[in-house]
Design a protein around this ligand. Structure first.
Ligand code: NDP
Length: 325
């Protein structure tokens, strides 16, 4: 139970994968947790319910692109920490919804920063940056000093929001930090993301489905970690003495084909009998290899990725099989 002097945190986008895991972490630490959804009455609370915390998060309606709602929620909840996790978060969808992606991420972040400045500049602010800002780094592990060359509307929007945060830190001395997070997964990721799409299909095929799993480019490589660990890095950033930007990654990259092979093998299936490549799923531009170097987070935050890919895939497949049965 939170005590009278519990810290108050506001998670913007609490209904998403990271919002749910972060809410659980903060509740375990004794925080009073406020969360937002664009429509609190219609919000999808499945992730929060799966983690058993839906009743403990105090939910409000807030649209990050609507300054009035941002100002009003921050004024009424009086948080010591704000975590900005909201916005259109799918790289693939950003090619179909470029303006919505840009507005929800760039205007949304700007409104939050302005509201913090006006309501209470002592609020500590975390911003969900993304490895998609880097684009292709030719197989090199990206650090905080690697140049941004985004290759999707989503990456462009995240890069703009990153520089807004950096500017508010310098110009107004706000305590605001961006986590440049590489891909992180969990059993509560929506199925439109490729990892959950794969493990959901594996679980159905293992139970007798004759479906084919359609995928795009199997040669892309990603640095995949576990969402539960990545939200801990967010919290650590706001407990640090100084604000700053941090790459959060495992440091290892594997191809999508390796992910698929390992996921099917975990259910004792041969992926080659069940997967088809669909050209329609190829993106106009994509990142071939994505890999991060989280040495700064290790040194300054004491954060390390514990779960590496084979174990992560085992966990995802096991959770999906359990859900299916
Ligand atoms: P999710 O998509 O699961 O959650 C994002 C939340 O934002 C949703 O629950 C939704 O809440 C809200 N949202 C969705 N679309 C919009 C929109 N157009 N305008 C305003 N709000 C919207 O994301 P994750 O939890 O996976 O990620 C959290 C943050 O971290 C995101 O900003 C994402 O881009 C970023 N990130 C994620 C990575 C990952 O691997 N998961 C990697 C790097 C960065 P509601 O519908 O209730 O309003």
């Amino acid at each position: 139970m939170p005590s009278n002097n519990s810290k108050r945190a506001l998670i913007v986008g609490v209904t998403g994968q990271d919002g749910a895991y972060l809410a659980r972490l903060l509740l375990e630490k004794g925080y009073v947790v406020f969360g937002t959804s664009r429509d609190a009455d219609l919000a999808n609370l499945a992730g929060l319910r799966t983690l058993g915390i839906a009743e403990q998060v105090r939910l409000s309606s807030m649209s990050p692109t609507d300054f009035r709602s941002v100002f009003s929620v921050i004024t009424s909840t009086k948080p010591a920490e704000i975590y900005n996790l909201a916005g259109q978060s799918s790289v693939g969808l950003s090619f179909a919804l470029p303006a919505e992606t840009m507005e929800s991420i760039v205007t949304g972040t700007l409104n939050l920063l302005e509201a913090v400045r006006l309501v209470d500049p002592s609020i500590r602010f975390y911003n969900a940056g993304s490895s998609e800002c880097f684009g292709d780094t030719n197989g090199e592990a990206a650090t905080e000093d690697t140049a941004f060359r985004p290759r999707s509307p989503y990456g462009v929007a995240k890069a703009a929001a990153f520089w807004q945060v950096a500017n508010y830190r310098e110009a107004y001395r706000l305590f605001c930090s961006s986590g440049i997070l590489f891909n992180h997964e969990s059993p509560i990721r929506p199925t439109r993301f490729v990892t959950r799409k794969i493990v959901s299909s594996v679980a159905r095929i293992a139970r007798g489905s004759e479906e084919k799993l359609s995928l795009g480019n199997l040669e892309i490589s990603r640095d995949w970690g576990a969402a539960q660990e990545y939200v801990d890095a967010m919290w650590r950033m706001l407990q640090s003495e100084d604000a700053g930007d941090y790459v959060i990654a495992t440091g290892q990259s594997a191809t999508l084909q390796t992910f698929v092979e390992t996921a099917f093998a975990a259910a004792e299936l041969d992926w080659r009998h069940h997967v088809v490549v669909d050209e329609a799923l190829l993106r106009p531009t994509d990142i071939l290899v994505s890999k991060g170097d989280a040495a700064k987070a290790a040194e300054q935050l004491g954060w390390h990725a514990q779960t590496k890919l084979p174990e992560l895939i085992q966990q995802l497949v096991a959770a999906e099989m359990q859900r299916a049965s």
